[in-house]
Ligand binder design. Structure first.
Ligand SMILES: C[S@@+](CC[C@H](N)C(=O)[O-])C[C@H]1O[C@@H](n2cnc3c(N)ncnc32)[C@H](O)[C@@H]1O
Length: 237
């Protein structure tokens, strides 16, 4: 048998290989960070584009929500702040908005825009894990999700976990794109969209009942839910 062993790599060759490997790791890390920053900037641009107002009808949405000064609103997946800014105006200086997102860059942009309006003191920014923060306090009038439901990994658990945030008469509002032709051309695949009927079923499992449906948005459903009353809810003590 040929006992020839593989010649050991020379120290100088070893260090060259090491530096080449290190360089390629650094190059790919820098590239992926740059790509992510660019993607987020593009995402923000898409959320903030003025043409969005045509189908999103934000002023009509705000009017339909019937918010009053002093309210507390939780904006889940607040993104660039398209709705956060409007909520901050509606709740007034005695109210509060909590803007939650999984992307720090979204929160930074959101905060920057609120500062320009002099309203940042009405908003608390929360960077959350994708499972959501632990909600508590029973002091929120509304938990709001616009175009976020389809991003959540476990929608039923996520929404069930928001219950401890809500006042007894609080509500959860979900706006999202129709999972069919009504949503029109989107910049992403429709395969992750969730139908209105499925959202209603999920929410029932999460312990909520549909209380209102607004039908004026052409491309999205707009649903309001309240916690489902259980037999025990009416009992004193
Ligand atoms: C399509 S944008 C909508 C932003 C905003 N609601 C609006 O209507 O302009 C979706 C946002 O949800 C955030 N998001 C995705 N998954 C999330 C999760 N698990 N928890 C909180 N935010 C999430 C994204 O980072 C993004 O900012």
């Amino acid at each position: 048998m040929n006992q020839r062993s593989t010649p050991p790599v020379q120290p100088s060759k070893r260090s060259t290989i090491f530096y080449l490997l290190l360089l390629s790791v650094l190059v790919s890390l820098t590239a992926s960070c740059a790509q992510k920053t660019w993607d987020i900037n593009r995402y923000i641009h898409a959320l903030e584009r003025p043409e969005r107002d045509q189908h999103q009808q934000p002023e009509k949405v705000i009017e339909a929500l019937n918010l009053t000064p002093g309210m507390m609103v939780i904006d889940i997946g607040a993104g660039s702040g398209y709705f956060t800014r409007r909520f901050a105006k509606s709740v007034g200086d005695k109210g509060q908005v909590i803007a939650i997102d999984v992307e720090q860059k979204m929160l930074n942009y959101n905060k920057g825009e609120l500062k320009k309006l002099g309203l940042a003191n009405r908003v608390r920014f929360v960077l959350a894990e994708k499972e959501g923060p632990t909600f508590s306090g029973n002091n929120a009038d509304m938990v709001f999700l616009c175009d976020v439901y389809h991003h959540l990994e476990d929608q039923i658990d996520y929404l069930a976990n928001t219950k401890p945030a809500l006042k007894p008469n609080g509500r959860v509002v979900i706006i999202d794109y129709y999972a069919d032709a009504r949503s029109g051309t989107l910049g992403f695949s429709k395969q992750h969209l969730v139908s209105k009927e499925q959202v209603i079923k999920d929410m029932e499992q999460a312990g909520f009942t549909l209380s209102k449906e607004h039908t004026f948005l052409p491309r999205q459903y707009f649903l309001e839910f309240v916690p489902t009353q259980t037999k025990d809810d009416g009992r004193a003590g």
